[in-house]
Ligand binder design. Sequence first.
Ligand SMILES: Cc1ncc(C[n+]2csc(CCOP(=O)(O)OP(=O)(O)O)c2C)c(N)n1
Ligand SMILES: [Mg+2]
Length: 403
Amino acid sequence: MGATLNEVGTATESESTRTSGKAYMRALETPPQDPSYEVMQYLSPQGELLPGREAPITTPETVRLYTAMVRTRLIEERMIMLQRQGRIGFYIGSNGEEACIIGPVAALRSTDWLFPCYRENGAYLLRGMPLQRFVDNLFGNAHDVVQGRQMPNHIVWRPANITSVSSPIGTQIPQATGAAYAAKLSGKDDVMLAYFGEGATSSNDFHTGVNFAGVWKAPVVFLCRNNQWAISVPREKQCAAEAIVDKAAGYGIKGVRVDGNDLFACYAAASEAYARARAGEGPTLIEALTYRLTGHSTSDDPKVYRSEDQVEPWRAKDPLIRVRRYLVARGAWSDAHDAKLRTEVDEECKAAIIDAEAAPPPALETVMTDVYSDLPWHLREQLAEAEAAKAIGKAAPKGEFPL
Ligand SMILES: Cc1ncc(C[n+]2csc(CCOP(=O)(O)OP(=O)(O)O)c2C)c(N)n1
Ligand SMILES: [Mg+2]
């Protein structure tokens, strides 16, 4: 499959035209010759339903999800400003990728499980994580669910079955497979949703996790946000497969390619995959074609490796714009709604930031807790030394206390 069967990415194509997402842009626009390249779409960039398509969700539900997408973007703009002001150390956002994050998570049942990457901030908030807890995590304060032990944006939210975010790429993929197999063995019809980027599909964990999901027919959905960049590395420089979805065939599982900037298509593709998983038909790999409109994180400067010319065409495909157009055409959204939403988000961000900044840091002993039920002697000793140093206001000498 792949390059030989489709105009997209043929062998004659020069390296430069294959870079920066042009191949993907064409994949969205060129009728496929090979069905594996078909890109599921519901909404045109003008916000019109495509011929033969019906909205997979009601208009009120669309308003709810659109609100979640806009809220995510506004919150993220605010948090990036905090980082620029030096008030938090790091932020990683989802600008441009909101549809393929919100659509699939909205289609889950509340009893299903989410195995996130690090960009699915909107998914946690939609599943009920309070903004205050999210902001506490960015500050790593005493109210942070992970007690400041992780980087910002690396959270866990047990009440909504959201597992811990890990920086190492792809680790959540075999974990989701294992949890799905466990659900199957225990006779539950829970589904696991694992998010990751296209870069992660080159990791060992991807191959391990997807292989065994196929063998066990585990109820797991692998949602690859193909935003075309792994930090500064474009897809074609880390993997020769033109279509990430081709990797599904290698493991004997269902593969689906979807317009990742189309909320309805992402919702529908995920719903169908969940239904197959619950019916015992095994896993699905969904490749959501999208584009990372900003830097990888606040530690990155994309101007060093890509030009604005490359990014510009994707701005017209912004996932927020097309849902807004759809809603405006139905009289369900207006400028007044925008203004109200912006004010509300602004207020809730302000309140959450004030509280998070005022909160104390985690207590010193939390560096030792939650691993051992009984703290071993050497950690008890180190904790006592650290507490003694803190009590006399002495900074721990370098190398003496590993704190
Ligand atoms: C095992 C491992 N290797 C390298 C890194 C450094 N790293 C952090 S994010 C990233 C890019 C991942 O790209 P992708 O999977 O496409 O996800 P995206 O950030 O685009 O959402 C890399 C290489 C890491 N965290 N873990
Ligand atoms: Mg990527």
